[in-house]
Design a protein around this ligand. Structure first.
Ligand SMILES: [Zn+2]
Length: 165
């Protein structure tokens, strides 16, 4: 399956974020299509943080410790173990993703708190934590991305890069 290349960029930023097809596929496999579906959660990994765009090469799926229709939690120790394992393959954790049972997802207060905690924990290796939420309609509207730099939680807006190779 092919998708358009999607970039997400903070207003005024000189760099952008891009999902690989594989990573985007993982996210879209977990869209909450039905009312009985549960939220999914995982981590986002990039190989090189010095390139532009920064490409999310791998999106993982964490086993939720508790998942409901509109709330998900995960085991921090498992998340750290996963980061260590992928780091040995040259992949850096740059963020988190989870699903929401709404068309164009908006972060809850808990989501913002989670993003801030992870942004602060990832310092100074990571200037900003990528926080993606997957809604029920196709990207770009259905997949929204925020970046938390420990001070601000800002949305990175999608733009289509299909003109470039
Ligand atoms: Zn959420």
């Amino acid at each position: 399956m092919t998708y358009r290349i999607l970039n997400y960029r903070l207003t005024g930023a000189s760099w952008s974020l891009q999902f690989s097809e594989a990573a985007l596929h993982t996210l879209l496999e977990h869209v909450q299509h039905s009312l009985s579906s549960k939220e999914s959660v995982g981590q986002l990994f990039a190989r090189d943080l010095s390139v532009n765009p920064i490409v999310v090469e791998v999106a993982t799926v964490l086993t939720p410790t508790r998942a409901a229709r509109a709330r998900v939690t995960f085991d921090t120790h498992r998340a750290i173990a996963e980061r260590d394992a992928l780091f040995r393959r040259g992949l850096h954790c740059i963020g988190l993703w989870h699903t929401h049972p709404e068309t164009s997802p908006t972060p809850s207060t808990d989501d913002r708190i989670l993003a801030r905690e992870h942004a602060l924990a990832a310092r100074p290796q990571l200037a900003g934590l990528m926080f993606a939420i997957v809604g029920t309609i196709p990207p770009p509207v259905g997949v929204r991305v925020w970046v938390d730099d420990g001070i601000e939680f800002r949305e990175a807006l999608a733009w289509n890069d299909s003109d470039r190779k």
